[in-house]
Ligand binder design. Structure first.
Ligand code: S3P
Length: 454
């Protein structure tokens, strides 16, 4: 097994870098593109392992994907799936987004489908997408709430015209939107927590009928019949690792260009700023309804703790914990180096991510020398002057914990070893290169990051 050893760099992270392409938006471009009778051109798609799982799923259904330089074109199947064919097995690998969102597409596609995934994904909750899909008349069987999932898909789903369906996840919202677009009657959804709104923005860009008022969205049946282009910005959740590195490593000054700055994704940046970090962002343009621009992050010696508790009215308005769920392990790392205490609550969802991210984040930060207590729905962290490091990390195969530990290794006194570093490719294909690329040439050649065992 490969192990990467990270040592504290003697030079800062400086310069201009790109973030990887946005994973969430690429999944959506593929899945909404799957409703198109013509070609869908996706510019700058994410080639993360998660997005490749969605691309493979579509290929299994008979879609054709043609990749050329930094672009992929999706063509619809030439013939419908044969109704008498055996169930199609689809491996979603590590990708919860592939599994949950595709359930909506598959429920409305004639055929029988069985979805499975890797050890981590097979433990994750799937009933949250299956139950509301059944309200639309879909046949979705979920064994004990988890995979394998069996879908007896049919064209002409009824849709749902009762009370708005309450939805607390962007993935589930998207699954219902995909099924609703292919249904007879459409669907009305009520968003119960603030969440990323890429699907609604993409539907508007593609001309798919959607009316939204407050947290209610009415989705009317529609198919797309036009050649379309969808351009993918940089991924803020990927950029977040570079931002945290720049904030923590003395002397750093990084500019991350062409990143998605959708207002439902910037809560992590807002929280960092609330902790005294020198982080700026600026929207430069909007492409396909998605704002994008640059983030500037600088070494920030005066970090202080923060309280993020959605239930505590005294701390309102505060950046939304729900809207920075994926960045919370990283925020916990920054808090471990900040002055004073940090409390993060309302993050129970972290327990059912690729790993139990509350347990895993706390365990990693404690192994590094941090003072971190697990709460049922978050963390309580007391900042320390220095993290000692000198340990091998157990990231439980979770890409975000692996990358958080790598960023920690840039500031620990002693080196940090990261086994199985390729898990970073689940969301950030060139993570290790980006970490080196953010330094000056001497440092990049001289080490700081080294593969110690092959
Ligand atoms: C995602 C939504 C979030 C997020 C996940 C990606 C998406 O999950 O944590 O990594 O692309 O819609 P939930 O929908 O479960 O909140």
């Amino acid at each position: 097994m490969d192990i990467i050893r990270i040592e504290r760099p003697t030079s800062p992270l400086r310069g201009q870098v790109h973030a990887p392409a946005d994973k969430s938006i690429t999944h959506r471009a593929l899945l909404f593109g799957a409703l198109n009778r013509r070609a869908t051109h996706i510019l700058n798609p994410s080639v993360s392992a998660d997005c490749l799982a969605t691309a493979n799923l579509l290929q299994t259904l008979g879609y054709r994907l043609v990749a050329s330089q930094n672009q992929v074109t999706l063509f619809p199947p030439e013939a419908p799936l044969s109704r008498n064919s055996e169930p199609l097995w689809i491996d979603c690998h590590n990708s919860g987004t592939t599994a949950r969102m595709s359930m909506g597409l598959l429920a409305a596609t004639a055929g029988t489908f069985q979805l499975t995934g890797d050890d981590s994904l097979r433990k994750r909750p799937m009933e949250r997408a299956a139950a509301p899909l059944r309200l639309l008349g879909a046949s979705v069987e979920v064994a004990n709430g988890t995979m394998p999932i069996t879908i007896h898909g049919k064209e002409g789903l009824a849709g749902y015209q009762g009370d708005p369906i309450p939805v607390a996840s962007a993935q589930v919202w998207t699954a219902l939107a995909l099924a609703g677009l292919r249904s007879r009657d459409g669907v009305i959804l009520r968003q119960t927590t603030p969440m990323r709104d890429h699907s609604a923005r993409m539907m508007e860009h593609l001309g798919m009928p959607l009316s939204t008022a407050n947290s209610l969205s009415t989705i009317h049946p529609a198919r797309l019949d036009a050649e379309v282009v969808i351009s993918i910005p940089g991924d803020l959740s990927g950029a977040a690792f570079l931002v945290a590195g720049a904030v923590l490593v003395p002397g750093s000054h990084l500019v991350i260009t062409d990143v998605g700055l959708n207002p439902t994704r910037i809560a992590f940046l807002q929280a960092l700023r609330g902790m005294g970090a020198q982080v700026q962002w600026e929207v430069e343009r909007e492409i396909n309804n998605e704002p994008r621009g640059c983030i500037t992050a600088e070494y920030s010696p005066d970090l202080r703790g923060i309280e993020l508790d959605p239930a505590n009215r005294k701390t309102q308005p505060a950046p939304s914990v729900a809207q920075m769920m994926d960045e919370l392990p990283l925020l916990a790392l920054v808090a471990a180096r900040a002055e004073g205490s940090t409390v993060i609550r309302g993050a129970g969802e972290l327990r059912v991510k690729e790993s139990d991210r509350i347990r895993q984040t706390a365990a990693v930060l404690r192994a590094l020398g941090g003072e971190v207590k697990e709460l049922e729905d978050g963390f309580s962290i007391t900042g320390v002057q220095e993290l000692h490091g000198d340990c091998r990390i157990d990231h439980a195969g979770d890409h975000r914990i692996c990358m958080m530990a790598a960023i920690a290794g840039l500031v620990t006194k002693q080196p940090v070893e990261i086994p199985n570093p390729s898990v970073a490719e689940v969301s950030f294909p060139k993570f290790w290169k980006a970490l080196l690329g953010g330094r000056d040439q001497k440092r990049a050649e001289g080490g700081g990051i080294a593969l110690v065992k092959g």
